[in-house]
Design a binder for this molecule. Structure first.
Ligand code: HAM
Length: 446
């Protein structure tokens, strides 16, 4: 019979891998909880409409969707912001604000698989619903940064932009639909053909100049009171305003000014979350189309092509799903990529051995005693395994060593008669006799 392979772009996880993943999950959960976020879960599949409403018909190219037996058009979720906002509009809108929610779960995208890019992958994410000021923006970016730092990851960069600024400029061109989408795409990809495209579409040269200038206006900024830092921040934004002014009406300019003032205020708060520096980049447009305000991305440069480990921003979705408008900002973190980046840095979580004690019986008579001893020690909170294959001692020791068990308890005739076990320290090879009642303490080293 031919073997059944797993579907393209999916993975199986060995126990060691799962150990690392669970340990990493713990770090994220603890981090989000420390900021008062609570976990929610939504279904893995949704009505396809939910994702089409947010991203248009084109999204069908990128997702798994199918008809079920009741002729419903369903889709495996490609992300969780739309599901969480659907949940919010339908059931949580009366909850006290701010509503601080986080989630963890598998997402599915129909992509060309490669290292770090899968058809099934896991996201940790968070949505802050209610507030819409610069404090909320700073909180979302700050919590993402803190959670990434709490994983132990060192080499990652934060890029921050403002889609509201870009939208105002693109709206001023009078272009909409596909043409506007193309402008955003070219801005996001740092496409050199942006200016040619604007010229072809007969966009006023000064406005086109302003768009091109903003799209490429990026600089690493240090936050906090360090010598020269506040002045560099002021300069960066002043230059952005100078680039925009000649190309737009007073009204558009005022809008850009207000967004930039808000960004500056946000940077002031961000330092308190431990963000020491960031790349300010007004050309960050993000692929997803529901963002309205601040947008941000995290990159782990060592990952190469798939270096984006997270992203998010402020967005408006509640009204799209039939609710009242509400402030909302959040992010999604690529769990698999973060683990890959940690491995590259040699900082993946250490996984404790599967068992703390392995028990080997030397005789048939000792088998029941071994099982009883295992039960008693498990009740004391130890992780214990017992030989189930009637193996000889040498084989049992090999197996226990393969499991990484730090101790093996050996039970034979003599041990049964005296109510003891021979306890072998697997690291040193030293063996000593220990009363059964004292085994737990001996293993814990107390
Ligand atoms: P996203 O940028 O599409 O944002 O995805 C977030 C992260 O998921 C990415 O930065 C990347 O690390 C990871 N990711 C995406 N696709 C794959 C893949 N095929 N394989 C492995 N990892 C992948 C969102 O999903 C938004 N919902 C974020 C958000 C939340 N915005 C507001 N709230």
């Amino acid at each position: 019979m031919p073997k059944v392979e797993r579907p393209r772009g999916t993975r199986d996880f060995k126990p060691e891998e799962m150990g690392k993943r669970r340990a990493l999950e713990e770090r994220f959960r603890a981090s989000f909880a420390s900021y008062g976020y609570r976990e929610v879960a939504t279904p893995t599949f949704e009505h396809t409409d939910l994702f089409e409403m947010k991203s248009g018909e084109g999204v069908k190219q990128q997702i798994y969707h199918f008809k079920d037996k009741g002729d419903r058009d369903l889709a495996l979720r490609p992300e969780l912001t739309a599901p969480v906002l659907r949940f919010y509009v339908n059931e949580l809108s009366r909850e006290p604000k701010p509503l601080k929610l986080f989630y963890f779960g598998p997402c599915f995208r129909y992509e060309e698989p490669q290292k770090g890019r899968y058809r099934e992958f896991w996201q940790f994410g968070l949505e802050l619903i209610g507030p819409s000021g610069p404090e909320a923006d700073a909180e979302a970016i700050g919590v993402a940064h803190a959670a990434l730092s709490a994983t132990g990851l060192k080499n990652f960069h934060l890029h921050v932009g403002h889609i509201g600024v870009l939208r105002a400029l693109v709206a001023a061109t009078g272009l909409a639909g596909k043409d506007a989408g193309e402008i955003f795409r070219r801005i996001d990809k740092d496409d050199r053909g942006l200016e040619d495209f604007l010229a072809e579409r007969k966009v006023d040269a000064r406005l086109a100049g302003a768009i091109a200038a903003v799209a490429t206006h990026k600089r690493r900024l240090v936050l906090g009171d360090e010598e020269g830092a506040p002045r560099a921040v002021e300069e960066y934004f002043a230059e952005a305003l100078t680039a925009v002014k000649p190309g737009v009406s007073t009204e558009v300019f005022r809008g850009v000014e207000a967004n930039i003032a808000r960004l500056k205020e946000m940077l002031g708060y961000l330092a308190t979350y431990g963000v020491g520096s960031l790349e300010m980049d007004l050309g960050v447009a993000r692929g997803l189309d529901y963002y309205t305000g601040v947008v941000f991305e995290f990159e782990a440069p060592e990952l190469g092509a798939e270096k984006q480990i997270g992203g998010g921003g402020a967005y408006a979705l509640a009204e799209l799903f039939g609710g009242e408008p509400v402030g909302s900002v959040g992010f999604g973190l690529g769990f698999d990529r973060i683990l890959l980046a940690l491995e590259k840095e040699g900082r993946a979580p250490a996984v404790p051995p599967a068992v703390e004690l392995y028990i080997a019986a030397l005789t048939d008579a000792a088998r029941v005693a071994a099982l009883e001893l295992a039960s008693a020690l498990r009740k004391e909170g130890l992780r214990v395994d017992v030989d189930l294959m009637r193996r000889k001692l040498a084989k049992n020791l090999d197996y226990a060593s393969g499991l990484g068990a730090p101790f093996v308890a050996i039970l034979g005739e003599k041990e049964l008669a005296q109510g003891i076990a021979t306890l072998r320290n697997m690291k040193s090879g030293e063996q000593r006799e220990v009363k059964l009642a004292e085994l737990a303490r001996a293993i814990r080293g107390k």
